[in-house]
Write a protein that binds this ligand. Structure first.
Ligand code: GLC
Ligand code: CA
Length: 540
């Protein structure tokens, strides 16, 4: 496989609303990001994935776009965007834009036109259906944000499809005009010098709603090949698809370079491990390290040279990793570092979600009035109606709700963590007084410096990028694997527990590459791991 820049970098995801507010209105913005580029340069990242910054009525915080070629007023102006691009490029940081084209906002001009009537030239940009014979919904497709995926339009007597909120009508990708309009818009951004696209729920664009098909539709890959040709294929860009329904076989269809589709996809197998099979994400089940090992190592080995992995623990939709697979109490720092080492040592392109690099945690709420996220609020209403107790719903929200990741970034110990001088749009976790960027930068043992070291090691050591992966058989609570590259061999060892564990190696553990606490080797082949201990060693 040819070597590409996007395999060698670490990507940092910014959720602009919550990153940094420069003007005191309580909402993060583009100038806030520009102010913190030096911080990101210090971390060493090579690209930023910017969650949507386009004009939007914010029904789903920017994932409902009303104008793809304008900046959300709260976030700034197109001049600010151009300056962000220029300033980031000066620091060798590329900007990867969020491409949300499964749907638009209902306030997009295409939809405003389409609603005008069946013969409007934009009507077919969206998915419309007549009521079923008995006058009811066209079929029983559900919306991800609760309730049916169909909304009735009184004026025309038809329903339109919305796989997400009512204010996010689905685009009709079967219409070639829609696809062309999307490609033109992508080229507008490519001409500005962006570094690529993260493609929102891209596996839904091949849907055939009347057959009940949403993910992985039959024309999906044809569309992506067409998109590649019409837009980014001529350039050297990072493209990553958000694909909840991907298996390793499917991931190869997207990311095998010979197929000319995407650089890589986000797979979600490890994200679903705390969910009961066949149920909703809110139906929790206890996590099991053994399952995490199976899921992650399967993806490490099965793509081979026919695809490329993305590596992530966090994004704006999933809870904070240290609260999920780590111990966010007594061992917060140790476990946050362990999780960083475990992930960054795997094969693929690592992504860091804002705040992960300082070990930010989930934020528990006690009442639904403290929630902001549309998914959470709709689910709450639905489950109250179904008779669930408020306590059990809130308990699920505290484990899985999207606001956990969306609480503003804590920059220092001053009021509102230095995120804003005004009133934040969503309150911060109260632990910002202890967990914040200033604190992390001042403490040489902070989580931040482990991330910084991992990012630097990746630049210095090709084995981290290109080495092959092999899982080591161990006790359940230990997650260990090898990387191999051109005669070099590294061993990664992590203890996912609050107890000591003994680890014995088949190889001599010769030289520590990185560790999250001083490692006490009893011999070349044995070590007693302290709770949440992690290290990487060169072996023979
Ligand atoms: C993706 C986004 C999520 C959004 C949804 C609809 O899953 O990551 O935040 O709500 O798509 O656009
Ligand atoms: Ca602002």
């Amino acid at each position: 496989m040819l070597k590409n820049w996007w395999q060698e970098v670490v990507v940092y995801q910014i959720y602009p609303r919550s990153f940094k507010d420069s003007n005191g209105d309580g909402v993060g913005d583009l100038r806030g990001i520009i102010e913190e580029l030096d911080y990101l340069e210090k971390l060493g990242i090579g690209a930023i994935w910017l969650s949507p910054v386009y004009q939007s009525p914010n029904d789903d915080n920017g994932y409902d776009i009303s104008d793809y070629e304008a900046i959300m007023t709260e976030f700034g102006t197109m001049e600010d965007m151009d300056e962000l691009l220029a300033q980031a490029n000066q620091r060798n940081i590329k900007i990867v834009m969020d491409l949300v084209v499964n749907h638009t906002s209902d306030e997009h001009k295409w939809f405003i036109e389409a609603k005008k009537g069946k013969d409007n030239s934009y009507r077919d940009y969206y998915v419309w259906a007549d009521p079923s014979i008995d006058g009811r919904l066209p079929n029983n497709l559900p919306s991800t944000f609760s309730g049916p995926a169909w909304e009735f339009d009184e004026d025309s007597g038809q329903y339109y499809l919305h796989l997400f909120s009512k204010k996010q009508p689905d685009l009709n990708w079967e219409n070639p005009e829609v696809r062309q309009a999307v490609y033109d818009m992508m080229n507008f951004w490519i001409d500005k010098g962006i570094g690529g696209f993260r493609m929102d729920v891209i596996d839904l664009v091949g849907k055939i709603p009347m057959e009940g098909i949403t993910g992985n539709g039959p024309e999906l890959h044809k569309y992506l090949q067409e998109m590649n040709q019409a837009t980014f294929g001529k350039y050297d860009l990072l493209t990553v698809g958000e694909t909840w329904g991907a298996t390793p076989e499917i991931a190869k269809l997207y990311s095998n370079p010979e197929r000319h589709e995407l650089s890589m996809v986000f797979q979600f197998e490890h994200i679903g491990l705390d969910q009961q099979e066949g149920k909703e994400k809110w139906d929790l089940k206890p996590i099991d390290i053994a399952e995490l090992k199976v899921a992650l190592s399967k993806w490490q080995t099965e793509l081979g040279n026919e695809g490329w992995n993305s590596l992530f623990w966090n994004n704006h939709d999933v809870p904070r990793i240290v609260s999920r697979w780590g111990n966010d109490g007594k061992y917060r720092i140790e476990s946050a570092k362990l999780l960083a080492i475990l992930l960054h040592m795997m094969k693929g392109t690592p992504y860091i979600y804002q705040g992960e690099e300082i070990g930010m945690t989930n934020t528990a709420i006690s009442d639904i009035s403290e929630a902001n996220d549309i998914e959470t609020i709709n689910m709450y209403k639905e489950r109250v109606e179904k008779g669930y107790s408020k306590e059990e719903i809130i308990a699920s929200i505290n484990v899985k709700g999207r606001d956990n990741a969306r609480r503003p970034m804590a920059w220092n110990g001053s009021q509102n963590g230095g995120f804003t001088s005004g009133t934040p749009w969503l309150s911060l976790n109260e632990n910002y007084k202890e967990i914040n960027v200033d604190q992390a930068l001042a403490d040489p043992n902070s989580v931040f410096y482990t991330y910084q070291k991992l990012v630097q090691l990746r630049k210095d050591k090709p084995i981290m990028v290109w080495g092959d992966f092999e899982l080591v058989g161990t006790a359940d609570q230990i997650f260990s694997y090898y990387r191999f590259y051109e005669g070099e061999k590294w061993l990664i060892v992590t203890n996912f527990s609050n107890q000591e564990q003994v680890f014995s190696s088949d190889d001599d553990m010769l030289e520590v590459i990185i560790e999250n606490m001083p490692t006490d080797f009893s011999s070349l082949k044995e070590v007693t791991l302290k709770p949440w201990q992690a290290f990487v060693v060169r072996t023979n």
